[in-house]
Design a protein around this ligand. Structure first.
Ligand code: NDP
Length: 281
């Protein structure tokens, strides 16, 4: 099984592994379904029991794949799904959640996120989330792609302070949140879920990342993930539909990087020197 995966605590006390499983672009082609299900199952077996999905992914297809991967072992996993902003009205949020539950083949989603900000007032979406929580259909709710000012606005709406997480683009090549949003969330105990932790694979070809990883007999993917796990209150959700890569990603927890090499990484991927608007994919 390897070294234990560090855990991150949500405001309600629930602890989850800091390394989970992404599902963007799965469930789009039935020909890959078996591989996708097997990879998710391999991840759960290795302790990556947080699964991130959304009604958007594969137009519901990803949730169906997740449903198959967790069949018979629902209680081993922490399920995260997301509502489209245009569905996030009072009634629409509840309906979208019920459809997600059907596709996932379960009676509850552990963490339900607003995928990004849209036109429905935040107060309405939050009211719907609170109703879903009261009925037990979700365990907690959060947001995604919210910058610091959005978070501050959220805290001003009724029950907005119940936000459990913010899922944002965060990886070595996208460090903007370190300037303000990350410390803002850390100081309030609100975990950051780092999406596209390997910039969808693009940073894995970076020569300095490859060079430093080599010194540890590690892969660039492992180093990119170790960078995120080094930070308090950060959950990384890499996606792969390859069971061997799942195991490779899982093993990032064993890397012990020297201060000198963290500094070399900072030189190659500089932290922000000023506020940058939150980027999204
Ligand atoms: P990632 O940074 O996780 O990269 C995924 C890509 O990297 C895939 O092409 C995968 O290919 C490849 N890969 C994975 N592991 C390895 C490895 N060890 N070596 C080489 N290549 C590897 O990108 P995602 O955009 O998928 O982000 C992760 C998750 O975050 C998503 O799946 C989704 O759940 C969430 N997300 C949320 C967003 C939001 O707006 N809230 C936006 C974007 C993502 P292969 O599968 O072939 O291995």
């Amino acid at each position: 099984q390897g070294d234990p995966i560090p855990s991150v605590k949500f405001p309600n006390g629930t602890e989850v592994p800091a390394l989970g499983l992404g599902t963007w672009a799965i469930g789009e082609d039935a020909g890959y379904a078996k591989m996708e299900i097997e990879s998710l199952m391999a991840g759960i077996d290795l302790g990556m029991t947080l699964i991130d999905t959304a009604e958007m992914y594969g137009d519901g297809g990803a949730e169906e794949i997740v449903g198959q991967a967790i069949r018979g072992r629902r209680d081993e996993v922490f399920l995260v799904s997301k509502v489209y902003p245009w569905n996030a009205s009072l009634k629409g949020t509840v309906e979208a959640c019920e459809h997600s539950l059907e596709r996932l083949g379960t009676d509850r989603i552990d963490l339900y996120l607003l995928h990004w900000r849209g036109n429905h007032p935040l107060a309405e979406t939050v009211a719907a989330f609170e109703m879903l929580k009261a009925s037990g259909k979700i365990g907690a709710w959060g947001v995604s792609n919210f910058d610091t000012d959005d978070m501050e606005e959220l805290l001003r709406v009724p029950d907005g302070a119940n936000v459990a997480a913010n899922q944002v683009l965060y990886n070595l090549s996208r460090r903007g949140i370190e300037y303000d949003l990350l410390p803002w969330c850390q100081s309030r105990g609100i975990p950051i879920m780092a999406y596209s932790p390997m910039e969808q694979g693009h940073i894995l070809h970076h020569p300095e990342l490859i060079h430093i990883a080599k010194a540890y007999q590690a892969t660039p993917a492992q180093l990119a993930l170790a960078f995120l796990l080094e930070r308090d209150g950060v959950i990384a959700i890499p996606k792969t539909s390859n069971a061997e890569r799942v195991a490779e990603n899982r093993d990032c927890v064993s890397l012990e990087i020297t201060d000198e090499d963290w500094q070399a990484l900072d030189a190659a991927f500089p932290p922000p020197a000023m506020k940058k608007p939150l980027e999204m994919l």
